[in-house]
Design a protein around this ligand. Structure first.
Ligand SMILES: Nc1ncnc2c1ncn2[C@@H]1O[C@H](COP(=O)(O)OP(=O)(O)OP(=O)(O)O)[C@@H](O)[C@H]1O
Ligand SMILES: [Mg+2]
Length: 380
């Protein structure tokens, strides 16, 4: 009776292991194959002779190394490295890309008797994920380009109207001049129209040019500048010197709380741009861009982990409304469009922090109690 049960159980086990899409292998403590399913041989393309119980793992490794599965290099070394790893009997999970592009996820689970490993073909999954990321990139590029076109259209539209109005005025003046009817009043009026038109042109063309400049910075350039080691305190002091003209127009003081000797290996240009954008935002939005409000900006830096530095930027300004808080890093989100804000400032900051500097940034704020940005950056 017991025997019959065992036979039945073995059959059940066999049915399960032979009807799964995962390859399964079981090696004992001597790294000799105890059992495997048919999918194991199929996925890894091992001849069936290699999949008999009793096959040493070393033979399988040699077979793989010889057919170039582990890339170029010394075959004995490739095998002994893998044997040493296997002998650790520790849980492992990795992805192997086979020479034909197939991606196999390998998960090893140690047990008392050895270890069981599963092999799963995740080629399609990885492909789909890559396509999704690409599609996402294209979509965000599309909406960015759409946004830029929209933003640039406004000042351009104003320029076109101004120019065509100006042309009409020129034609009228010309006609009066030719017919000899021109008066001093005509000329005075023309001069004032000309002045208005050129002013409008200048303002709006500048605005369009600024938009194009900001837009160019949105696409973070990954290569243009060298990294170097900077002393954070000295570095922020220099950035502040360059902002003195702006700060002088206000009653806002900037305090640095950075320990002596704290340094990091990073891209100095982007860090300066980030700081400048944050400070200009505090002056313009937090303190309404005037001398009316007294204010304090605090920039504190500290080593938070062995390889991470935290920079906390705080102002005591008017803060950000809850519904706007989630959008501050979005391209073209601005509450200051009427005064020439493009809404690209914080989007550029976000891209620089997350892409160029490989860090993170968060914004926290409550209306009436200031705004905080917390950056976490790698030391090197
Ligand atoms: N320190 C701050 N205090 C209050 N509001 C802020 C602060 N920083 C940013 N904001 C809000 O976030 C919005 C987006 O900022 P962002 O820098 O992206 O654009 P902007 O300053 O309006 O325009 P740009 O920087 O392109 O000239 C601002 O319009 C403002 O409403
Ligand atoms: Mg800004």
């Amino acid at each position: 009776m017991v025997e019959k049960d065992e036979i039945a159980q073995n059959r059940v086990l066999k049915i399960i292991t032979e009807n799964t899409k995962h390859g399964i292998s079981f090696f004992d403590r001597d790294l000799v194959l105890v059992a495997c399913n048919h999918r194991f041989a199929e996925l890894l393309q091992f001849p069936s002779a290699f999949c008999e119980p009793g096959t040493p793992m070393r033979d399988l490794f040699y077979f793989n190394a010889r057919r170039g599965e582990y890339g170029p290099g010394d075959i004995d070394e490739q095998v002994s490295q893998r044997m040493a790893l296997a002998r650790e009997f520790s849980a492992h999970k990795f992805e192997r890309v086979r020479p034909d592009g197939m991606v196999i996820e390998v998960i090893g689970t140690p047990i008392d008797e050895g270890f069981v490993t599963t092999y799963t073909d995740i080629t399609e999954l990885r492909k789909a994920q890559k396509n999704l990321v690409e599609a996402e990139k294209m979509a965000s590029l599309g909406s960015l380009v759409g946004g830029v076109a929209h933003e640039i259209n406004t000042p351009l539209g104003i320029c076109i109207t101004a120019v065509s109005h100006f042309q009409t005025q020129v034609a009228q003046l010309d006609a009066r001049f030719r017919s000899g009817e021109i008066t001093e009043d005509d000329l005075t009026e023309f001069i004032s129209t000309a002045r208005e038109a050129t002013q409008l042109l200048e303002t709006n063309m500048n605005r369009a040019a600024r938009l194009v400049k900001s837009f160019k910075q949105v696409a973070v350039d990954q290569t243009s500048e060298e990294r170097r080691k900077i002393d954070l305190l000295k570095y922020f002091e220099e950035v502040l010197v360059s902002l003195t003209p702006e700060l002088k127009k206000t009653r806002v003081k900037v305090n640095l709380e950075i320990p002596d000797g704290l340094s990091m290996d990073t891209y100095p240009g982007p860090l300066a741009q980030i700081t400048t954008n944050l400070i200009m935002n505090s002056l313009i939005h937090g303190y309404a861009g005037g001398t009316e409000h007294e204010g304090a900006i605090r920039i504190a830096a500290l080593q938070e982990q062995e390889n991470r530095i935290r920079i906390q930027y705080e102002d005591t300004g008017r803060g950000i409304e809850a519904d706007a808080l989630g959008k501050v890093f979005d391209p073209f989100f601005t509450t200051n469009r009427d005064n020439g804000g493009s809404g690209l400032g914080l989007h550029i900051v976000y891209n620089l922090v997350t892409q160029k500097l490989a860090g993170t940034i968060e914004c926290d704020s409550k209306p009436g109690s200031g705004t905080t940005f917390t950056l976490s950056l790698p030391v090197s």
